[in-house]
Design a protein around this ligand. Structure first.
Ligand SMILES: Nc1ncnc2c1ncn2[C@@H]1O[C@H](COP(=O)(O)OP(=O)(O)OP(=O)(O)O)[C@@H](O)[C@H]1O
Length: 374
């Protein structure tokens, strides 16, 4: 249930959520006066864990109803409208997950319209039925990097806020067929820190799945039966490592199904070591691994054109790891300072620099992903 105060608005009339809404919108799973290590009010351990001793809420927590999460059927219903759910993961931080997620979003949502039409004309073919069908790809990006949300900035949506309608929270739109949801849209400013324990993060992820109207506006235009997917790809940007956010998303999507995970790493052994932990997490949790992308692999100096391996692949890089573990190597993307600049400006790197080697690398990787999931 949304705790956001709603006016009795007509269907689809929207209300902007005020900037401090995050504090009021979240389920009260960790009470204000909770002790350190509170297991959360929804946990089986609520009221019973060692940390609960002496907590004023102990009795209330211990006697609260437990059992199957009553929200799971609602999540399943919402998620039935989304065909492919793809997790973007890495062991190390800062290896380029959010940047890659955004590029994948831009490419999946535009490659099938403008880009494909241009390629089709160049090839001397006429836009056939197959291409016509592919023009309508709908893409949603869900940012569950709750403590470090960078998707709003990278997608050029900084400063935007979420609106609430009678159908739920509306995602923020980059274009007609690309939308995003992030805690970044709920914070008072880009510099606001989110300092939350696991249960509270869990609560927000649940709200993203259950209370966001991901198909806002699509039903009216479409006659697809209500149980059929309307969104083609949901790209889920995760924080580094294997923590609360990963456990939450995997457990909430268990019944709906996860198409797979894309793992990012630099070529360096310290990053590859952490990717092994992600692989182990995915295997334990039965999340299919679509493959590994190596990012920041090699740099060509724009002044002297000399080639350097900034993150040296001392153990053979991601390709060797994929061969060892029988995983798909999805490709390598070089270091290019213009990628960072595009992120800061909130524009698509591949659209801004279509002729760069990094764009070719991105598009090759993206094509490999598309072939795997479609
Ligand atoms: N191939 C690349 N070449 C140059 N800069 C890159 C490349 N890929 C990503 N970057 C830059 O590296 C930085 C980290 O990227 P990004 O935020 O996407 O990483 P992340 O893995 O999502 O980080 P975090 O773990 O903190 O969520 C950003 O400044 C981004 O612009």
């Amino acid at each position: 249930m949304l705790a956001v105060q709603q006016q009795p608005t007509p269907a689809l009339a929207s209300t902007a959520l005020p900037a401090d809404s995050i504090a009021r919108a979240l389920p009260d799973q960790v009470p204000e006066n909770a002790p350190a290590h509170c297991p959360g009010t929804e946990s089986e351990q609520a009221g019973k864990a060692d940390a609960c001793a002496g907590c004023p809420n102990q009795d209330a927590c211990a006697s609260a109803p437990k059992g199957p999460d009553p929200d799971l059927p609602l999540i399943k219903e919402r998620m039935a409208r989304i065909k492919h759910k793809i997790l973007i993961m890495s062991g190390k931080g800062g290896v380029g997950k959010s940047t890659f997620t955004a590029q994948l979003g831009w490419a999946f949502s535009s490659r099938f319209s403008g880009h494909l039409d241009a390629a089709t004309e160049e090839d001397g073919k006429h836009a056939g039925e197959e291409e016509e069908e592919e023009m309508e790809k709908q893409v949603a990006i869900m940012d569950i990097d709750i403590c470090g949300p960078s998707i709003p900035t990278i997608l050029g949506l900084a400063g935007q806020s979420i609106h609430s309608t009678s159908q739920g929270w509306s995602p923020v739109y980059v274009s007609d067929n690309l939308c995003a949801m992030s805690i970044g849209f709920l914070l008072p400013s880009a510099s606001s820190a989110v300092i939350w324990r696991g249960p509270k993060k869990n609560g927000l992820i649940k709200q993203f799945l259950k209370d966001v109207d991901w198909t806002a506006g699509l039903e009216e235009e479409d006659s697809t039966p209500s149980s059929e997917p309307l969104i083609d790809y949901m790209l889920i940007d995760t924080p580094p490592g294997t923590s609360d956010e990963h456990l939450s998303i995997v457990s909430y999507l268990k019944e709906s199904g996860i198409t797979g995970a894309i793992l990012l790493t630099t070529p360096q052994e310290v990053s590859l070591q952490d990717v092994r932990k992600e692989i182990s997490f995915c295997r334990k949790m039965n999340v299919p691994i679509l493959g590994i992308v190596e990012n920041m692999a090699g740099f060509v100096c724009p002044s002297c054109t000399g080639y350097s391996e900034i993150f040296y692949p001392s153990t053979g890089g991601a390709k060797a790891l994929c061969e060892e573990l029988g995983l798909n190597f999805l490709g390598s993307i070089p270091l290019d300072p213009r990628i960072g600049k595009s992120c800061d400006l909130g524009v698509s790197f591949t659209d801004e620099y279509p002729d760069s080697p990094a764009t070719k690398a991105y598009l090759d990787v993206i094509e490999s992903v598309r072939r795997l999931v479609d």
